[in-house]
Design a protein around this ligand. Structure first.
Ligand code: SF4
Ligand code: SF4
Length: 322
């Protein structure tokens, strides 16, 4: 997988957030390239990698560093992930059962809630039903299970494949989701997936949005900008700019990972928290009064920093629709 063409330029190491926040982490080149050429023994610590993809983006010869990281994880097990795997086996969700209860969703657009939104942020779904009711509304397929992203990121590809098989039969046509991780994984499984903010973007002129007087910063979710494509992020900015009275401020490292992905919140929660604090500190330094993120995993982790009000972009939008 890793080609013998590494230039040793070190760019992947310069952009890696895990390398900054975990002194025990060796970094993408050291783990994926050097080790594959010259095995170091059995001790490997890949669990602080958030799968952010910054290393791959920076690499001038496009080494598949995140794929290599996932393959290295295949034969490893971290106790932090056992609960996630047993949740998947017990009820097809990567997190324990929360407050998910089906709201009235008889709309025309197929919506895939994803585990984190369904079980930890169900209010987002209620808000989306109202928000999209004027342009068709949403409906959720019966029997959906986790998209498979969390097990896939930790190398449990067989578990992810099994979940994908169940979902594939239910998800025909265009599917909307509010989680970029779900969108990326379902897309890799051949499902035509869009972020639900793209649907809202298409109809933004039809919404009656209240005036706000607030300075907001937008966190760029890795699986959105590097997984789905930066044009989706552009639509997120367009939506925010359509809200009267809102000023957007920008954080210093615009594309820095928040630590919410790759299973790091479960395996290395202290590392994920340090990454979140760095991001939130950057938002505070930029003058933001509110931090927004169009991804439930990012929202969950950024909130752990507890230094600045943090909301999902969709959640914020539903709170200001007249
Ligand atoms: S994916 Fe992100 S966290 Fe993982 S090695 Fe690459 S830059 Fe570091
Ligand atoms: S950025 Fe690519 S070429 Fe440069 S050191 Fe890293 S893996 Fe090698």
């Amino acid at each position: 997988m890793i080609r013998n063409s590494c230039l040793k330029c070190g760019r992947c190491m310069e952009v890696c957030p895990a390398l900054v926040h975990d002194p025990g982490f060796n970094g993408p080149r050291a783990l994926a390239v050097d080790r594959s050429r010259r095995p170091w023994g059995s001790e490997l610590d890949t669990w602080s990698c958030t799968s952010c993809g910054a290393c791959v983006e920076a690499c001038p010869v496009c080494q598949p560093l995140t794929d290599a990281m996932r393959l290295m994880r295949q034969d490893l097990q971290d106790t932090g992930h056992l609960r996630m795997l047993s949740n998947l086996e017990a009820h097809g969700r990567s997190v324990s059962r929360g407050q998910w209860s089906m709201v009235n969703m008889e709309g025309t657009h197929l919506y895939f809630p994803g585990c984190m939104v369904a079980e930890r942020m169900p209010e987002t779904i209620g808000g989306l039903v109202t928000l999209t009711s004027g342009f068709g509304g949403l409906r959720v397929p019966d029997g959906w299970v986790c998209c498979g992203s969390p097990p896939h990121r930790i190398g449990k590809v067989d578990v992810a494949d099994e979940l994908a098989q169940t979902n594939r039969a239910l998800l025909q046509g265009t599917v909307y989701t509010s989680c970029p991780g779900c969108a990326e994984r379902l897309g890799e499984d051949g499902v035509d997936t869009r972020h639900v903010l793209e649907l809202i973007y298409d109809h933004i002129d039809e919404l009656d949005i209240q005036d706000t007087s607030i300075r907001v910063a937008l966190h760029h979710p890795c699986h959105m900008m590097r997984g789905m494509g930066r044009e989706v992020l552009d639509k997120a900015y367009a939506i925010i700019n359509a809200v009267p009275g809102t000023e957007v401020v920008h954080m210093r490292d615009r594309d820095r990972c928040c630590g919410g992905g790759g299973g790091v919140m479960s395996a290395r929660p202290e590392v994920a928290l340090r990454m979140a604090r760095e991001r939130v500190d950057q938002a505070v330094a930029a003058g933001a009064e509110l931090l927004l993120a169009p991804c439930p995993f990012c929202v969950m982790n950024l909130r752990r920093a507890d230094r600045l009000p943090t909301m999902g972009l969709l959640e914020w939008l539903t709170s200001i629709i007249a």
